[in-house]
Design a binder for this molecule. Structure first.
Ligand code: C5P
Length: 217
């Protein structure tokens, strides 16, 4: 049964995954963090030590199972939820996700996941490519300083003390790569609602998005 589809896109650090997870919990919907899936492919490629610049390196996806379930991500049943947040993965994920072969594989999985029940899916191309028929599309933004501040605080909690200027630089570089790649770049869908979260709390954003879904139901 096909249910309600909520698509949430936005740049790095805009709060997409946190907000999507909270909405899914409140509404008892399925949540898929597609960024975690691209990160899992990157982790596997790094572990296999393949040439990251060669699209044919990613053929391992023919026999690898990438699976997102209840806010945990698995590679062949191995829980890699922590491992995909490493610096090595973050620095290479934009390159890995720029290959059409990788995108095709993951987009197929994401489309399949959306076929059953109500879903909130977050990423960069959900409203434009993965779920162009979504019932509600939201494009989250926040100024880069605020996004970096959020990421910095998350890092501190995890025991990683990286200077804020480096966090800003990483975000700017990743956004630049994600929005200029040829294959499904980060872009607001024409029918998406822009929500600037710079001055909003997480709970306020969650409430606003749930209101939008209520109106459409
Ligand atoms: O959301 P997160 O920052 O974890 O995503 C990691 C990376 O995965 C992004 O910087 C982008 O390169 C890639 N990505 C993508 N398409 C998506 C989701 C993520 O290309 N739908």
């Amino acid at each position: 049964m096909s249910g309600f589809k909520l698509a949430i896109d936005g740049p790095a650090g805009s709060g997409k995954s946190t907000i999507s997870a909270l909405i899914a919990k409140k509404l008892n919907w399925t949540h898929i963090d597609t960024g975690a899936m691209y990160r899992a492919v990157t982790l596997k490629a790094l572990e296999l030590k393949v040439d990251l610049n060669d699209e044919s390196s990613y053929r391992f996806l023919e026999t690898t199972n990438i699976h997102y379930d209840f806010d945990r991500i698995f590679i062949d049943d191995r829980d890699v939820t922590q491992a995909i947040r490493s610096e090595g993965v973050t620095n290479n994920v934009s390159l890995v996700s720029s290959f059409p072969y990788v995108r095709r594989k993951l987009v197929d999985l994401q489309k399949q996941a959306a076929n059953y029940g109500n879903i909130v899916m977050d990423g960069r191309d959900i409203g434009t490519v993965v779920l162009p028929d979504a019932n509600v599309k939201v494009f989250l933004t926040a100024n880069v300083e605020e996004r970096a501040k959020r990421r910095y605080k998350e890092n501190i909690k995890k025991g990683k003390d990286q200077h804020i200027s480096k966090v800003i630089e990483d975000i700017v570089v990743r956004d630049q790569k994600d929005s200029t790649r040829k294959e499904s770049p980060l872009r607001k869908a024409d029918d998406a609602i822009i929500m600037d979260t710079t001055y909003l709390t997480i709970d306020e954003v969650v409430e606003k998005i749930i209101e939008l879904t209520d109106k459409k139901e």
